[in-house]
Design a protein around this ligand. Structure first.
Ligand code: IFM
Length: 439
């Protein structure tokens, strides 16, 4: 098959998925439906969390050093490295039109400057698999995990960190870029800033230091850094990396919509004193809203909860609030509120790149999905342009330091046979996606 054939198939597939150019025109509401035709309905995963055996990555090393903060190693994860076609079949069977997934930098460039054509071909087959099934491929270039060599080299904060990331993006784009529907450069690059406002116990940061020191020792590097655990403010470095990645991606395919997937909480004020919340917003969101205004075509919103603040800091959820199993308050209106806030801050269309809850009791998710989408519809009815919604996550997967405890999936995964089993919430989501209507 020639490149021209692939491009033709790509266009056909993208058109079938309802994202024919211009992909940034937010679909217009049509009378009789709650959500417009062409609105993207999808689910999301991340390479390290589902593929398994990501042995050249920084996170794999951090899972295995002593001491570690990880409750268990990722191991085989969901074996999506081999079972990706089943994942895509599941997304299609649910009647969805988009799949967000990551291409794993640590597999594509396991040693600095050594690119694996075989792994690029692998992700090419996944992208083609999406297009053949009428799914718009939403590709994340870096979802927390990076190659181990990059972490030992100083991570995004090193003098050439942004250039090294841009080199990877350039290489991946040249191999895959003509078939991508949306590009997400970085996943939650504001997470280290966010954690500073999360009232983490001091022991946690002590544990971070010990784990990173152990990783540096194990890899024979002077230091070791990670996107998930950082003692410094990495925002300027991440912003620089996004800008360079945006530039190389747009240079190769100007029409491809590029954004970041930002963690956005619904920050609510308790009382009159807004100083603490304002300081959080300045640190966690403002730098990203600024950069997306100039170097972004959409803002990816990743929302899971609300947070309440008075003038001194975090205020706990009201007594009796429903709680997800990862300790976050279940507050469905937070999705619409965060989308509105992100659009106000950037002026750009919103793509919901993640939304969901950790719940082993699926009845909570069965209620959460329609409730959160009801809030989203209100915001869209007010005129906020929203391109689509990808639910986190397709599968119960590896939730970083928490291991396989928290369950975010629309489908469960048997930890030995890797069999995927859709949950009732998947069918509820599927009915909304197929009809464009809330129940
Ligand atoms: O699993 C994570 C994902 O990797 C990034 N956003 C939040 C999810 C749930 O905590």
């Amino acid at each position: 098959m020639t490149n021209a054939d692939l491009s033709r198939r790509a266009m056909l597939g993208i058109c079938a998925a309802g994202v024919a150019a211009p992909a940034l025109a937010a679909p217009k509401p049509k009378s009789g439906r709650d959500f417009p035709e062409g609105f993207l309905w999808g689910s999301a995963t991340a390479a390290h969390q589902v593929e398994g055996n990501n042995v050249a990555s920084d996170i794999w090393l951090l899972e295995h050093v002593k001491p570690t903060l990880f409750s268990e190693p990722s191991g085989d994860a969901c074996d999506s490295l081999h079972r990706w076609a089943q994942d895509l079949d599941l997304v299609k069977a649910l009647g969805l039109t988009a799949y967000r997934f990551g291409i794993e930098w640590a597999r594509i460039e396991p040693e600095s400057g050594q690119f694996s054509i075989a792994m690029l071909d692998h992700y090419g087959r996944m992208i083609d698999g999406c297009l053949e099934r009428g799914l718009a491929p939403i590709i994340t270039f870096s979802h927390f995990s990076v190659p181990r060599w990059f972490a030992g080299h100083g991570h995004f904060q090193s003098a050439d960190g942004a250039d090294l990331f841009a080199r990877f993006c350039d290489r991946a784009m040249r191999h895959l870029g003509d078939r991508i529907a949306y590009a997400v450069t970085l996943n939650e690059p504001n997470v280290s800033a966010l954690l500073r406002f999360a009232a983490l116990p001091p022991a946690f940061m002590g544990g971070v230091k010990a784990m990173l020191n152990a990783a540096a020792k194990a890899s024979g590097m002077p230091s070791f850094a990670s996107a998930l655990f950082s003692e410094q403010d990495v925002t300027p470095a991440m912003v620089a990396a996004h800008i360079k990645a945006y530039q190389v991606i747009k240079a190769l395919r100007p029409s491809l919509p590029v954004g970041v997937g930002l963690a956005v909480e619904d920050d609510q004020l308790v009382g009159e004193d807004d100083s603490y919340r304002a300081s959080k917003r300045r640190a966690v969101y403002a730098p990203w809203f600024d950069v997306i205004r100039t170097h972004g075509d959409f803002i990816g919103v990743q929302n899971y909860t609300r947070r309440r603040y008075d003038g001194h800091g975090l205020v706990p959820p009201p007594p009796g609030s429903p709680m997800a199993s990862d300790g976050r308050e279940i507050y469905p209106a937070s999705l619409g509120n965060s989308v509105r806030y992100a659009h106000q801050g950037t002026g750009k269309p919103v793509l919901i790149t993640e939304s969901g809850i950790a719940a082993s009791d699926d009845t909570l998710r069965q209620a959460y999905i329609p409730q959160s989408l009801t809030g989203l519809k209100t915001v869209m009815d007010d005129g906020v342009p929203v391109l689509g919604y990808t639910h986190w996550s397709l599968l119960d997967n590896f939730e970083w330091v928490s291991g396989y405890g928290p369950q975010f999936g629309l489908a469960s995964v048997d930890r030995k046979s890797f069999a995927r089993q859709p949950k009732p919430s998947a069918l509820i989501f599927s009915a909304i996606a197929r009809s464009g209507d809330l129940p």
